[in-house]
Design a protein around this ligand. Sequence first.
Ligand SMILES: Cc1cc2nc3c(=O)[nH]c(=O)nc-3n(C[C@H](O)[C@H](O)[C@H](O)COP(=O)(O)OP(=O)(O)OC[C@H]3O[C@@H](n4cnc5c(N)ncnc54)[C@H](O)[C@@H]3O)c2cc1C
Length: 375
Amino acid sequence: MTEKTDILVIGGGITGQSAALAAADAGARVTIVDAARNAGSTANAGSLHVQMQSRFLRLNPHLADNLESSLPLYVRAVTAWEELDQRLGGVELVRQGGLMLAETAEQAAFLEQKAEREIRKGLDVEILDRDALFRHAPYLSERFVAAELCHNEGKLNPLVANRKMTAELDRLGVSRHVDRIVQIGEENGKAVAQGAERFVADRIIIAAAWGSGELARPLGLTIPTPGEPLHMNITEPAEYVIHHLIQHAERSITLKQFASGQVVIGGGWPATLDRDDALPAIKPQSLTGNVALAGEIVPAVVGLRLLRTWAGVNTPVDGKATLGPIKAGGLIHFALPGDAGYTLGPIVGRCAAASAMGTTPPMDIAPFTPDRFAA
Ligand SMILES: Cc1cc2nc3c(=O)[nH]c(=O)nc-3n(C[C@H](O)[C@H](O)[C@H](O)COP(=O)(O)OP(=O)(O)OC[C@H]3O[C@@H](n4cnc5c(N)ncnc54)[C@H](O)[C@@H]3O)c2cc1C
């Protein structure tokens, strides 16, 4: 069977869906094909990240410049989510800022230097001393001496967002197929993708996260897309007191509360993964370590029952988005957000759709060209 379409999007996570939405809005016939395996978008925590995450800097010091140069994209990404929130009729988006906490003078100094770098990139951040921190967040443990408050940050409920996004794509007539694409290329002025089915399109957008590297290799690009298996927890509902997105200057944690009162706890604790397309499995040490740390940070979390714990696959690539055509005027375009990809998905998808349709993207995508991965 051959499916013919204007724009074929490979990968139906938040990035591919956002690209499909923008292309359909512009009048294109759009098809999404997805292998139905391991979307980070169906496992993620709903944090809207903007400030540089200490975990990423700690694990990837060699990629710090990539992350820092991407900060304007993160700022714009939050606006894209606010627009989507409006359009979809609400995804529980709250933007009351994100706190990165310091327990020692050394951690506070790290945050001060980080804040200076971020201000130069246009972020709205400030350093809070102990008194100011507890005025903002009286729910925190008293162990903290300072924090960086990033006013751009926030949170949303990805379960609600994913459901409403799918409904919106259905409303626009975007066609969806479950298939794993194994090869893509160009034939007779058309882009083609081969899975169990064959797809022929004017343009292809690759938004396949961990599956993208394999599709790109025969096209001359070596894009590092190994999956990073990560752990998540969610508690029973409790009184709503945690308004911010919470992180730590040195320890791996993200912590926030949904409108339901449930506390979502994650932040990069490892899970295990045999192959990118296999299902990840949780590690008991990540479960206990992650929730114990949450209790040290917000005492009200102690004693809450854990409702669910799960693992998902993240695809940080090189800490920077990969966006645009393989070659100028080419038929095959990339839409890979890199780290914090749920935050970046809507803006990256929109930029990729514009790139594929030859219109002006909402941001300059030249810094994110896939050229850096050419052999
Ligand atoms: C546990 C966890 C928590 C996270 N928390 C946050 C957070 O709070 N905030 C944040 O900003 N980010 C977070 N992330 C990262 C974020 O979830 C991802 O970066 C983001 O969802 C990526 O979206 P995507 O659409 O680019 O890719 P994905 O959502 O990963 O989707 C890729 C899709 O491509 C499909 N695919 C792959 N190969 C092929 C192929 N060959 N053919 C067809 N289909 C294919 C897959 O089936 C998959 O559905 C988290 C990640 C994890 C794992």
